[in-house]
Design a protein around this ligand. Structure first.
Ligand SMILES: [Ca+2]
Length: 437
């Protein structure tokens, strides 16, 4: 296994555990016990309940991040906090009025001035605060909850410029939140309304972040870039990722978004609104070329958002778009697994290769214990891979063995499947993995 600068991430996860480790209060024999405690405390979902306007679901990975999904926006991720650098959760990285993952606004036939038409097709927003005003808040449901991950399903309709509801033009999403700062979203867009919708280049998955007003009053706190265009000059052709990275000392976190490589047939280009400093927000990510959604249109796709944080023993630091290339490769060019049964028909695995893009996990089968070889593609970071092992009959292990060394994991058995996320980075080299004893 290639040693990395984050090698010590193997055991040190979470503030509590790091504090113990640094204080030298634990020795090897008790390390696993402490690791188990930390693992058991991983991932919590808190449903506030209440009326649609007030209802939210908070997802917390202790010491790593907190996200809040709100019904008033139609199911947007209205808040995201880097708990490594902002333990009091005061600096919201997402733009609260909409959501961290935004998928469109302007249509192709955009016009506002002197328009007398009540609702031509020129705008479709999701999420947005307009959903609450229009009582198009939709539905939120926690569909899975364990120490390994939390899944939240949201359903709503697009709205027009936050002023009218696009009846039967629906969006539904399933967010899968993992302990290591990763949010996988599966999105389904469907038009059962009578009118076609003509999109501008804005249709696609975007990061929507807060800007000057909340993070750094003196200027733009985060820039947007891509690997080929680090400061967003051009960037018309879709690349590996879009990143929001800190441009002031006030921000220690970065965010990146990527899509499965095959989806670049749909999302062929990048999109950025800008400028950040003027508006209090900015949004950028993948766009498209004039997609028309006729009556009956339906499309399901997925994307990955990864948080980076300075000073984290688990997460990478994102200072420039190129810092996300390894993590993007993890999602876009999954590793090859040999020596175990790979499941290629899991719902959400778009290209049936055994890596489920909609859940961000490898899918295997076996009652356990399981041993297999895991070989990343060139350039992969091997950051916190996730495995779903169907037919598992044992307990959820607290560690995984990688080349004979135990590494901390977050795991749970859910509906007969073991879900297990390795809490560390293993790089791109081939490693031998053992799950269960
Ligand atoms: Ca796949």
């Amino acid at each position: 296994m290639k040693s990395t600068s984050r090698g010590h991430a193997m055991f040190a996860v979470g503030r509590l555990f790091r504090a113990f480790a640094m204080a030298g209060l634990i020795i090897a024999s008790t390390m696993m016990a402490r690791a188990a405690d930390v693992s058991a405390a991983m991932m919590e979902a808190i449903d506030s309940g209440g009326a649609p306007a007030e209802r939210s679901i908070s997802i917390i990975s202790p010491g790593v991040y907190k996200a809040v999904v709100t019904q008033r926006t139609g199911g947007g991720i209205s808040q995201l906090f880097d708990l490594q650098n902002d333990p009091q959760a005061k600096q919201n990285l997402a733009f609260a009025d909409r959501g961290l993952l935004e998928i469109g606004w302007h249509g192709a036939q955009y016009k506002v001035a002197a328009s007398t038409q009540p609702a031509y097709d020129g705008c479709a927003d999701w999420p947005s605060s307009g959903h609450n005003d229009l009582k198009a808040t939709g539905d939120l449901q926690v569909i899975e909850q364990s120490p390994a991950r939390i899944r939240v399903r949201v359903k709503s309709e697009f709205v027009w410029w936050s002023k009218q509801v696009h009846t039967d033009f629906t969006v539904s999403g399933i967010y899968t939140f993992y302990p290591a700062g990763r949010i996988i979203s599966q999105v389904t867009v469907q038009n059962n309304g009578e009118k076609p919708f003509h999109w501008s280049s804005e249709y696609g998955p975007h990061l929507m972040i807060s800007s000057a007003q909340t993070a750094n009053p003196s200027g733009e706190p985060m820039g947007f870039g891509t690997p080929a265009h680090p400061e967003w000059k051009g960037a018309d052709k879709a690349e590996e990722l879009t990143m929001a990275y800190p441009t002031s000392a006030a921000v220690k976190a970065g965010l990146m978004i990527t899509i499965p490589a095959e989806q670049q047939a749909l999302f062929t280009r990048h999109m950025r609104h800008g400028p950040a400093g003027q508006l209090g927000w900015d949004r950028a990510g993948y766009g498209s070329n004039g997609i028309v959604m006729d009556k009956g249109y339906q499309s399901t796709w997925a994307c990955m958002i990864q948080l980076g944080a300075a000073g984290s023993s688990l997460l990478p630091e994102f200072k420039a778009p190129a810092d996300g290339l390894g993590v993007a490769a993890d999602y876009r060019k999954p590793a090859r697994i040999t020596g175990a049964e790979v499941v290629t028909d899991d719902p959400g695995d778009f290209n049936k290769d055994g890596f489920n893009e909609s859940e961000g996990c490898y899918v295997l089968k076996g009652p356990g214990p399981l041993s297999f070889a895991f070989a990343g593609n060139e350039g992969s970071a091997g950051l916190a891979p996730v495995f779903k092992i169907k037919g598992w009959t044992g307990e959820a292990p607290k560690v995984m063995s990688v080349n004979g060394k135990d590494m901390l994991a977050a795991a749970a058995v859910v509906d007969g499947s073991l879900l297990i996320e390795l809490l560390g980075s293993i790089g791109a080299d081939r490693v031998e993995v053992k799950v269960g004893k």
